[in-house]
Design a protein around this ligand. Structure first.
Ligand code: BMA
Length: 367
């Protein structure tokens, strides 16, 4: 079955078996019994069935190429006139009660931007670059392997539970201006098929990784946090079997995602397209069969060295794939990381191309 007919057919199916879903209606306003998470699942499901997708950008309103913490500013908005439909945020360092995350963004700022994005009708997604609880180094510090020790080292597992509880409390406390709980996507322990993070493939067994997920979910549940849509997002170049070798289970996951970046602007496009087409279709198919939502949880071309990248590489690669969102990474401040940006800023040579992407694709931006 092609994807167009799948979209039509699946529109009549109820979404069942979600980690959070009791039942899903097309319109969350009709379902008074829905938890915040169930409402967001329904919203994402209906968007992906419609052939549209949220365009996402990490730290969109916190800083951009030439500015930081300027009220209402956004590189995406400066170029296309609207905010990204999805904003992504990171909670790294919240586990040690820091005021700011690993990229310097204050957690109270994140909470208030999440509320603003929700008020626009947009969606928020959260990742967590947690410290290594054995070394206290960053997520990339693989000198110690917590995964291998979590089940046997009581002090370590206690620390981990405290850290997870801090994340859960932050997320559970997210409220709009009327005090209503805001649902968010939470995407813990991402890119685990690689080995660059301490929770990655070479630093523990698949079972130990799954146990970390289960522990995470159990801590959230024990605190009664019900505004989380759970996303699983391993990296590139995986067979279906490899993708599922570390899958925590349908009862823990709502979104099947994947992170695939393009490397090498000049020559990387073909390899990037091949990576997407060998992975996203089976992720989508599995999501459909399991009553889940599919998403392209992280992607991008750092520095946009190909000025037509959005319309000639990304768009064709995801065309006709029913995914709820596509999220690109952050635009770091020029003075800190001059080439670390994923959407054009005013004056960049990709501006016109990104505008065209926003106008001609089915990507959702919000005013
Ligand atoms: C990476 C880079 C880093 C950043 C980290 C967490 O991809 O952007 O500079 O600290 O993500 O946001």
């Amino acid at each position: 079955m092609n994807y167009a007919s799948w979209i039509k057919m699946s529109a009549v199916l109820a979404l069942v078996g979600c980690g959070n879903a009791k039942s899903v209606t097309e319109d969350r306003a009709d379902d008074v019994s829905a938890t915040p998470a169930q409402a967001l699942i329904a919203q994402l499901d209906s968007v992906s069935r419609s052939g549209r997708f949220y365009f996402g950008h990490h730290d969109d309103t916190a800083y951009g190429h030439t500015w930081q913490y300027a009220d209402g500013a956004s590189d995406v908005k400066s170029v296309v006139g609207a905010y990204p439909g999805l904003m992504s945020w990171d909670l790294g360092l919240i586990e040690v009660d820091s005021v700011r995350n690993l990229d310097g963004v204050p957690f109270d700022f994140i909470a208030s931007e999440i509320a603003k994005q929700y008020a626009r009708g947009g969606v928020n997604a959260i990742s967590w670059h947690a410290l290594n609880p054995m070394s206290n180094g960053g997520s990339w510090d693989v000198s110690k392997a917590p995964l291998r020790n979590l089940e046997t080292d009581k002090a370590l597992s206690d620390t981990m539970d405290v850290w997870i509880a801090r994340v859960a409390k932050f997320i559970g406390a997210l409220r709009d201006s009327d005090g209503v709980s805001i649902p968010v996507i939470f995407r813990p322990w991402h890119e685990n098929s690689g080995s660059w993070f301490w929770w990655g493939a070479e630093h523990g067994s698949p079972e130990q990784y799954k146990n970390l997920w289960r522990r995470t979910r159990q801590v959230f549940d024990s605190i009664g946090v019900d505004n989380v849509v759970w996303a699983y997002s391993p990296d590139k170049d995986l067979t279906r079997e490899q993708y599922f070798s570390t899958y925590p289970g349908d009862e823990y996951v709502d979104i099947l995602g994947t992170d695939i970046y393009q490397f090498d602007a000049e020559n990387g496009a073909e390899e990037y397209a091949a990576r997407i087409s060998s992975q996203l279709p089976y992720v989508i198919e599995e999501a459909r069969n399991r009553g889940k939502i599919a998403a392209f949880t992280e992607t991008g071309l750092e520095g946009l060295g190909d000025s037509d990248w959005y319309t000639t590489v990304l768009l064709p690669a995801i065309k006709n794939l029913p995914i709820a969102y596509v999220c690109v990474w952050r635009n770091a401040i020029e003075s800190e990381k001059p080439q670390h940006f994923y959407v054009p800023y005013p004056g960049h040579e990709s501006e016109a191309d990104f505008k065209q992407f926003a106008e001609k694709s089915n990507a959702i931006f919000v005013k």
